[in-house]
Design a protein around this ligand. Structure first.
Ligand code: GLC
Length: 610
């Protein structure tokens, strides 16, 4: 798609506006605060170009109307004009990475690892379009999605944000998802942001924000590949990555940010930093600011410390250590994106056609999500053709993830780390609620461990097990003796210590209650269908041995009905795992193409009824 960024009339408007701006107004455009750390008055007085919601940072009662009201106030402040202020509309950003999942009542789609298994680029475009509508319903214009990470080590806490370990598979989705979000940049569109540039999924030991060791050829082949179709599609923003490449932080890497992404690959939008991402370039924040700006980042996610950021940039410009031409380049890119997106022409959020739109969380979007769930499920085992189930069977349902919409949604849902209950996820169905809707003779175990299973009353059991929600470093599984590996990723001398999720990918070690539940039932001669809720492949040899059928459901989101649709045979399985499945723990990496490739289930594996 010929990018509107090259439109001469837009370029002319941008140059005219840039020519009127003071240094403070320019630096303000380069600055993004978090909503809890700035008021509309701050937006006006400091000329802020953007505000974001971090995961779980929600206004009022977290209804779409609360979001619209908040955005309306920020927009109005940004449009104030007098001798000292120019009307430059603010752009608001959120992590709508699997639906507009911060907001109560939103349709929550499967996380990317499940979408990868669906292997359906056309579906990606429909998911992105529905997500765009649910973002617009809240008066927001920008999402930090899609993630184009190529996760190469399942120990990484963000594996579930990756479509696949295979860069070509990720690349096949990139343009579809960007097109679904950005479309023709008309009133149904949202600004997309591909992330995290670059090599986020390739760190040693899968340590979040750690170090990706690779030659430039390996980096290009594995981690750069998916960005080409996104840039070709005209993606308007890119987010820099926390990780280092061969020991140097991406946030301060001029070759990666300017020479490769902007000059060689021709990216014409703007680069935004990750959350305080420049802080880890140097222990001296003043130096970090100078290096981050000069490396080629254009807008800075400085949620709390944005005032200090502004002060330091101004000092650097006055000292000549940041050239005015670099400032102008950054602001030009930001204004180009805002004009290309039509932001200057849009009415205030409260008056936009899609604000508070009735389609938010509605049946149409939930049907798309339910289809995505169906297509994402991977059947790993099905002895004696136990599946599909009869709807009149006497089914015993157990397991900690059976009746928990929060658990099936995973991280970045309502809260940064996700939630652990049903009521926080407004709308949708848990897997138990979905089974109950189809099978009148199904019952939910009185305890999650399934001790009250009774072969006289129950023909079979469905046991829903696996992980609880997590996000980022708190989802890492960290093994090894080195304290840095155990406790955190070394960030050029900084230790950002996040307690990891666990120390092994072996589910029987990670969550022993799950195997116990299966055994409580199978030892009574009741055949067990296991449904695994997880953000990554796990070592499940013992659980597999104890079960008759085994389904990988990944993190399906709010629409549990997609699981029952397939368990009862209304639809067949079509999912094929987009990640290699390990047969034992502590494997450094296991990826398609490895010389000694020996997975339990290979990339592309998945059984079906037919
Ligand atoms: C987080 C994540 C990034 C997200 C940003 C804003 O730290 O790394 O993916 O978009 O901060 O929440």
């Amino acid at each position: 798609m010929t990018s509107k960024l090259q439109d001469p009339s837009i370029k002319q408007k941008v140059e005219a506006l840039l020519g009127q701006m003071t240094l403070d107004q320019k630096i303000g455009q380069m600055t993004q605060s978090e909503r809890m750390c700035c008021t509309p008055e701050d937006v006006k007085n400091f000329h802020l170009g953007s505000v974001l919601s971090g995961g779980g940072s929600c206004p009022g009662d977290n209804k779409p109307s609360d979001w619209v009201d908040m955005n309306d106030a920020y927009w109005e402040a940004s449009m104030f004009a007098d001798d000292n202020h120019l009307a430059i509309p603010l752009i608001y950003g959120v992590d709508a990475i699997h639906g507009n999942s911060n907001v109560a009542g939103a349709t929550v789609f499967p996380h990317n690892i499940g979408l990868g298994a669906a292997n359906d680029p056309e579906l990606m475009e429909r998911i992105a379009r529905a997500t765009a509508h649910e973002i617009l319903a809240t008066g927001v214009e920008w999402t930090f999605a899609p993630t184009l990470a190529v996760a190469r080590n399942d120990h990484w806490g963000r594996t579930y944000e990756s479509y696949s370990e295979n860069p070509e598979h990720v690349a096949s989705y990139a343009a579809s998802f960007v097109r679904g979000l950005q479309g023709d940049l008309g009133e149904e569109s949202i600004v997309a942001c591909v992330k995290h540039w670059v090599g986020d999924g390739g760190t040693t030991h899968g340590i979040d924000q750690g170090n990706t060791v690779a030659t430039i050829d390996e980096l290009r082949k594995t981690h750069v590949t998916p960005y080409y179709p996104a840039i070709e599609e005209g993606v308007l923003t890119v987010m820099a990555s926390f990780n280092s490449w061969n020991g140097e932080k991406c946030h301060g890497h001029k070759y990666l940010l300017t020479e490769l992404l902007k000059e060689e690959m021709g990216f014409e939008g703007y680069i935004i930093s990750d959350w305080d991402g420049i802080d880890y370039i140097s222990e001296d924040y003043y130096q970090a600011v100078g290096r981050g700006v000069n490396a080629g980042i254009d807008m800075f996610m400085a949620p709390e410390g944005w005032r200090t950021f502004i002060k330091h940039v101004r000092s650097h410009v006055n000292a000549g250590t940041i050239a005015m031409s670099r400032i102008d380049d950054a602001v030009r890119r930001i204004l180009l994106v805002k004009h290309a997106y039509g932001l200057f022409e849009k009415p205030r959020p409260a008056e936009r056609a899609w604000s508070n739109h009735a389609s938010f969380g509605g049946a149409e979007h939930r049907a798309v999500a339910r289809e995505a769930v169906r297509k994402s499920l991977v059947l790993l085992k099905n002895e004696n053709a136990l599946l599909p189930l009869k709807k009149d069977a006497r089914i015993f349902v157990a397991g900690k993830n059976a009746d928990n919409r929060g658990h099936q949604c995973g991280g970045f849902t309502v809260a940064w780390q996700g939630v652990n209950d049903n009521q926080s996820i407004v709308g949708g169905t848990s897997i138990w609620e979905a089974i109950q809707a189809e099978a009148p003779n199904a019952i939910l175990s009185s305890d999650v461990l399934g001790k009250d299973a009774d072969p006289a009353q129950h023909d079979l059991a469905i046991v829903v097990i696996g992980e609880r929600p997590y996000a980022e470093g708190m989802g890492d599984v960290r093994t090894g003796g080195n304290s840095k590996i155990e406790r955190g990723s070394s960030i050029e001398g900084f230790m950002k210590v996040l307690d990891p999720y666990g120390h092994t990918l072996e589910l029987a070690e990670m969550h022993p209650e799950d195997l116990a539940t299966i055994k409580n039932i199978s030892k009574k001669g009741i055949p067990v269908v296991v449904v695994l809720i997880s953000g990554r492949p796990l070592v499940v040899n013992q659980e597999l041995a104890e079960s008759t059928s085994f389904v990988a459901a990944w993190l399906p989101g709010s629409e549990g009905r997609g699981v029952s649709d397939v368990l009862f045979g209304d639809y067949d399985f079509q999912g094929k795992t987009s990640f290699s499945w390990p047969k034992r723990p502590h494997i450094a990496e296991l990826n398609l193409g490895d010389a000694d490739y020996a997975p339990l289930f290979p990339y592309g594996f998945g059984l079906s009824y037919s």
